[in-house]
Design a protein around this ligand. Sequence first.
Ligand SMILES: Cc1cc2nc3c(=O)[nH]c(=O)nc-3n(C[C@H](O)[C@H](O)[C@H](O)COP(=O)(O)O)c2cc1C
Length: 189
Amino acid sequence: MTQIIALAGSLRSQSYNKNLVKIAAKGAEEQGAHVVYVDLADYPIPLFSEDLEAEGTPAAVNDLKHLFAKSQGILLASPEYNGSISGVLKNVIDWLSRPSQGADVGSAFNGKVAGIMAASPGGLGGLRGLGHVRDILNNLGAVVNPTQVAVPAAYGVFNEQGVLLDEDLAQRVKALGAQVADMASRLND
Ligand SMILES: Cc1cc2nc3c(=O)[nH]c(=O)nc-3n(C[C@H](O)[C@H](O)[C@H](O)COP(=O)(O)O)c2cc1C
């Protein structure tokens, strides 16, 4: 069965990007994929340093690496910070991009299908950051789906349960999840 890892680059409990990626995850599940949702707040990952790495990869990083290695697709919702990606997300990607220390784990990104999205209170919905996410994932060998979704004015588009109130928009987000699941299953046939 195709496995998709879904995560947001935010630690915030009420994160719009967590809401968003969970909707894309539903689309992937409806396409028949098994989705593993990861909340980065559950993974205490220090700021990357090669000195720290030389002492051994932190357990939380190795746990994530194993999850990524077993997944064929990635759904990623990336908050836009200062026109780019959040420090939290870049830090996690930097750790995951490194060869494992003593653990037999495959590449986190190479050959994986990725679907990217963003939600922001601003008018562009995090669109500027998505270009940077796409570049980074391409550099790491992921196949990034050409379709992406940016959700502006995020403070007013979700209800308290994290449901997108605009049904057309929700369908677009789900369709992205379904596309990634479909591409990932074909690539791994
Ligand atoms: C340091 C910082 C920089 C930000 N820069 C931007 C920005 O460039 N563009 C934007 O649309 N929103 C920006 N925001 C607002 C975030 O989009 C907003 O906090 C959003 O809720 C973060 O995503 P989350 O809800 O998933 O945590 C910034 C927020 C912070 C804390």
